[in-house]
Every structure is written in C-alpha cells, then in structure tokens.
Design a protein around this ligand. Structure first.
Ligand SMILES: [Mn+2]
Length: 273
C-alpha cells in the first residue's frame, strides 16, 4: 500500500446495518476526519447482515467512498469479524512497521470470546491453523487468514441451522447466557492489552504500537516498551474513542458528540512511535 496521507484518522466498529441509513450515519461522524489525509475504518464497518449481501455491501462501500471523496480524504476499509467477507487487507503496517493497525479479532483464539459461537470459532480457527504450512501459521497473514476461514465455516454452518428451524421457548430460555457473556467481555477487556503486545512480539516485532477496536472500550495501555490503543464504536453507552496518526505519534481522543454529530474532543493520551 502506498504511503497514506496524514493526518490518518482511525475509527472502528461503525456497524452500518442493512436497515440503517448509511449516508446519515456517516454524516454524523465525518466531522472526525475533516482536514485529515486518510481515514482508516478499522473493522466491523458493516454488520454481518449487510456484509453478507453482496450488492448491498458494494453499495455501502461505495457510499463510504463518496462521502470521503467529498471530504477530500482517502478511505481505507479494513475487514473485521463482522465484515470479514470484505476483500482487501485486514491490517496495516505503518511508519516503517512501527505502527500496526488491525481490528483486534485476530488477538483472541476464539475471535469474539463473548459470542455464543466462541467455542466453534476457536475450534474452526485451530483447525485452519493446523492445516497451514508452519511458515504461514507463524505469519500475521496466516493468523488473519485463519480468522477469515473460521468465520466463514462457523457462520455458514449456523446460518443453515437457524434457517432450518426456530428455537422453542425452552431452548431460548436455556440459551440465555448473558451473565457468561458479560464475564467474557470483562475478561476480554482485561486480556486485550497483553494479547496485543504478545501479538506484536510474535508476528510483527518491529511494531511498538498497535491500534485496535473490536472490544468496544477505548484506552491506552503501556506494557514494556510497547503500547496498545483501543478505539471504540459509536453505538454503545460509552464515549467513543478515535485515533489520530501524525508525525511520530498516535493520539487517542474522545469523539465528542454535539447534537447528532461527532467532533474530535479531549485527548485521552498520546503514544510516541
Ligand atoms: Mn469486532
């Protein structure tokens, strides 16, 4: 990928859905990339239901491209677990490899530990990695490919099962697993920074900073001489975070909401690359 024009704005988890009005949703967040050179959509830009519909998916990506073009900013869309169907890269290595940008699903063995399908995802990913030549398995590309493959397998299978029959009331009751889900979300928040640092050490040792999304919690963590920045989407109750890359630093800011739209707000922290 050619050098990306700065400032580079990194947003994640925009979650455009099949039913939402994409243009108005993007309109609300375009204030975040005014005067930027590039905006990186760091995964889960589209929800699964939208990403799975080929023509609609193409239109949504086109809509993103048009809005960014009107703003004079280049859009780079990285795939995440919800939109793993997107062609194109799942990560970026910027600043001569010092900065790694990825969605964050690849950090977790089970991709999304809080999902009901976590066990199946983990098994499918293990299987995919086992079949891989060792050199591929030991690369960031191989790890990413195992995520894409696992999601394809698990979603295809469960898609068929869901279509075949509706769950009974009793089955629905039994499947109420939210306490366990909350626990695994808390665990993911606790584990993500360490996993991210391990991932850099193992697959991208020249990187000293990783920018991720996926866990829906913004923050900056420093472990050893490496740093992890997590941005956050625009759906949850918390204040979303957005990362800005310029020169030799990455800044995490709150996306401040004024009326319906977001603007870059208070600086949460800064990482020198
Ligand atoms: Mn995700």
């Amino acid at each position: 990928m050619p050098e990306l024009a700065e400032p580079i704005v990194i947003v994640s988890d925009v979650h455009l859905s099949a039913r939402s009005n994409w243009a108005s949703k993007l309109d609300r967040i375009r204030g975040l990339w005014q005067k930027a050179g590039t905006v990186v959509f760091n995964g889960d830009t589209l929800n699964l239901g939208l990403a799975n519909r080929k023509e609609m998916c193409r239109q949504a990506i086109e809509c993103i491209g048009q809005i960014c073009q009107a703003d004079g900013v280049r859009a780079v869309v990285l795939a995440g677990n919800a939109d793993s169907i997107l062609d194109g890269p799942r990560h970026l290595l910027l600043k001569g490899g010092r900065l790694l940008v990825l969605h964050g699903d690849v950090l977790f063995d089970s991709i999304s530990p809080w999902r009901r399908s976590a066990k199946k995802l983990r098994a499918a990913r293990d299987e995919s990695l086992r079949k891989m030549p060792p050199r591929m398995r030991a690369s960031i590309e191989g790890q990413q490919a195992s995520v894409t493959e696992a999601i394809r397998i698990v979603h295809d299978r469960s898609g068929k099962r869901i279509r075949s029959r509706r769950r009974t009331f009793l089955e629905n009751l039994v499947s109420l697993s939210w306490p366990r889900q909350i626990l695994s979300i808390l665990r993911a928040w606790r584990d993500a920074p360490g996993l991210a640092v391990n991932f850099m050490e193992t697959y991208s040792p020249q990187a000293n900073c990783l920018v991720m999304g996926h866990i829906h919690r913004s923050g900056i963590w420093h472990i050893g001489d490496r740093s992890v920045i997590s941005t956050e989407g625009f759906e949850g109750p918390r204040k979303p975070g957005v990362a800005y890359v310029e020169g030799d630093s990455v800044t995490l800011r709150i996306a401040r909401q004024t009326g319906a739209s977001y603007q870059p707000g208070k600086v949460i922290g800064r990482v020198a690359l």
